[in-house]
Structures are given as C-alpha cells and as structure tokens.
Design a protein around this ligand. Structure first.
Ligand code: HEM
Ligand SMILES: *[C@@H]1O[C@H](CO)[C@@H](O)[C@H](O)[C@H]1NC(C)=O
Length: 324
C-alpha cells in the first residue's frame, strides 16, 4: 500500500530526526551507539522504504530496537542518523528545552519545500510563523471555510461519483483534497491554473521522501523541477494578491492574503510565505486523502456503520439546506 508511505515517513521523520554531526569517513569516537551506517549514502533507506511499502514499518522499527537496544546509529536519506526508541527517548525529544536538539528535515524535504518552512525553523522564527499559520487554521477561522468546502465536495460528487457504479476512491480523493487546498489556501478556483498546479504538485510530492540523488531521471530530480515550477506559480500569485490587497481587497480570502497581512506584514519575506504555504499543502494533502479513503472503505465494508452515518447525516440535513 504505497499511499501509506508519506504518512508513515512523516511521523517517523518527525520522531527520529537526530542527525549525528559526525562524518562517516572520520574515525568514530568510542561512545557512538551500536549499529552500522550500511552502504555509503544509501544506508538503510531502501530497507526502510521497502518495509513501508509492505506495511511492515512497525515491525522494522521494533526489530531494530530488539537488535540494538533503545539507541543505535544508522544512515537514512543520505545522512548519519541516530535511532531512538521508547519512553525515555520520547521525553528527551519532546520535553527538551531546545538547547540539545533542533528540528531538521531530510535533505530532500528541505530542498523540495524550502529552508524557511516551519519544520526547519526554531525559536522565535518558529513561533512567529506558527502564530501566523494558526491564525488561519484555528477552529474559529475554519468555520468560515465550510461553505467553500461543501461547494467543492458537491461539485466533485456531481462530476465523478453520480451515475457511476465503480470508482477508484484514492485518486479521486487526491483531486478533491487538492481542489479544496487550492480554494482555501490560494483562492485558486476551477480552471487551467488549478489543473497545471495539480500536475506539478503531484510530481513534486512523489519525490519528497526519496534519496536526495539529484541526477537526471531520478524521482528527486523530477520533484525538484516540479517544486521550482510550483514556487514560480506561487510567486506570481503572491504579487497578484499583493496588488489586490493594495486595491482594498479583504485580507481574509485565503492563506496567502492572511500571511501577507498578518502582524502588519511582519511576515515579510516572499520565500517564507511560499515555503510555508507549500508545507501546509503537503501536510494537509496526503494525510487528508488517506483518512477520507479509509473512511469510505469502512463505510463500504460495514453496512451497519453506513446506515448509522447516513441516518446521522439525514438528521443534520433537516437543519437546513447547507452545512454550517
Ligand atoms: C488526517 C490528517 C492529518 C494527520 C494524521 C496529521 C498528522 C500530523 C503530525 C503527526 C504532525 C507532527 C506533529 C509534531 O511532531 O509536532 C503534524 C504536523 C503538522 N500538520 Fe498535520 N496532520 C493532518 C492534517 C493536517 C492538515 C489538514 C493540515 C493543514 C491544513 C496540517 C498541517 C500541519 C502542520 C503545519 C504541521 C507542523 C506543525 C508544527 O511543526 O508546528 N495537518 N501533522
Ligand atoms: C536535474 O538533473 C540535471 C542533470 O544532472 C541537472 O542539470 C538539473 O539541474 C537537475 N535539476 C534540478 C532542479 O536540480
């Protein structure tokens, strides 16, 4: 089930990204943890990727912990890495004061998304960007997007579901999720801009968890090219939005206008806006797609759950024609 890959990797990379500053070529000090760096550059990356594709990543992690204990070294996505496991390790990571550890993504994530995205930032920078993003994502604001979301869902069902006896849910949910993202984040509605952006975006996301091998015809190379095109489109969009705002448009249209105006434009750089808008695109896309796909699967396989959900929805519909 390859579609689980990004989600698993996302969680894993956030939990275990403690890169050693040691170079593999230097002589290692006595106190480095057990384990080997494996084949140069590739290390254990393919091994882990295969386990994820086979949906056995949990077992991969558990067996590594059985073999080497709670702390071991390995090499992932081109970097020497420390693997840590268990309660004490979690406390060390999540309750630290930031003086020993800081966030860092794999080279591929950083190069595809950009070095000013939230996942790369620490301290005051992280706080500033996080506040700006959460002013758009907080529950109070989410209320404002329900109308747009419902419109996209109804249009989607009409175009792709009605009158069909057989559909492939996962690819359709990718499209639906993408369309909602475009509408809410960028204010980009149906049309050729959205279609082009979707093509580039899908290509970009396919290489985001890959070995950072920038050679012709690698997935990573394709992903970088697509990322450059997405960034170019976003830069263009930003200057359009800026002009609209100067002409008196509302700052609450979408995430870009929101970021352009938050704290009186304190979130100054266009790069920061672009990198973080891309982060939210990626963070919301596969996660939501997978979640909705599994929900549809449960509804399809369990008639009693389907009936109960249907009854609940009919009840909500009695309240009015549109969702609130
Ligand atoms: C089923 C859906 C989702 C799942 C399972 C999920 C899961 C996660 C996880 C595990 C993290 C890491 C948390 C941490 O290490 O602190 C995270 C962070 C994040 N997610 Fe989600 N997510 C989902 C949907 C979304 C959506 C829809 C958005 C945006 C519209 C989003 C935006 C973000 C952002 C921006 C971060 C980084 C926060 C930070 O570093 O401060 N996610 N998500
Ligand atoms: C992709 O690979 C080619 C050939 O090595 C290289 O010239 C190009 O710069 C790469 N693309 C990107 C976006 O790095």
């Amino acid at each position: 089930m390859p579609f689980l890959l990004p989600l698993f990797l996302f969680c894993l990379i956030l939990l275990l990204p403690i890169y050693l500053l040691l170079s593999t070529t230097r002589k290692l000090p006595q106190n480095t943890p057990p384990g080997s760096f494996g084949i140069p550059f590739i290390g254990q990356s393919l091994n882990l990727l295969w386990a994820m594709r086979a949906n056995t990543a949990d077992e991969w992690i558990a067996s590594r912990a059985r073999r080497y204990g709670a702390v071991s070294k390995l090499s992932l996505f081109g970097r020497p890495t420390v693997f840590i496991y268990g309660q004490t390790a979690n406390r060390f990571v999540f309750c630290g004061d930031g003086s020993k550890l800081s966030n860092q993504q794999t080279d591929s994530v950083r190069m595809v998304l950009g070095d000013r995205c939230l996942l790369e930032l620490v301290g005051e920078d992280h706080k500033r960007i996080r506040n700006a993003l959460s002013s758009f994502l907080k529950p109070d604001s989410l209320k404002n997007y329900i109308g747009k979301m419902e419109e996209e869902v109804m249009m989607h069902l009409h175009m792709h579901w009605h009158g069909k006896s057989n559909i492939k849910v996962m690819p359709l949910m990718k499209t639906l999720t993408f369309n909602i993202i475009c509408s809410l984040l960028f204010g980009v509605e149906r049309g050729s801009v959205r279609d082009t952006l979707e093509l580039y975006f899908q290509e970009m996301i396919e290489g985001i968890w890959s070995l950072p091998l920038n050679l012709p015809f690698t997935r990573f190379n394709r992903s970088l090219k697509a990322s450059a095109k997405v960034k170019k489109m976003l830069r263009h969009l930003i200057s359009e939005k800026r002009a609209q705002l100067a002409a008196g448009a509302s700052s609450h249209q979408d995430l870009i206008t929101c970021l352009l105006t938050s704290h009186g434009g304190q979130l100054a750089s266009d790069d920061e806006i672009i990198h973080n808008v891309m982060l939210v695109m990626v963070a919301g896309h596969d996660t939501s797609t997978i979640l909705i796909t599994f929900m549809v699967r449960v509804l399809a396989n369990h008639p009693e759950i389907h009936a109960a959900v249907l009854a609940e929805q009919e009840g909500i519909k009695k309240g009015g024609a549109f969702l609130t």
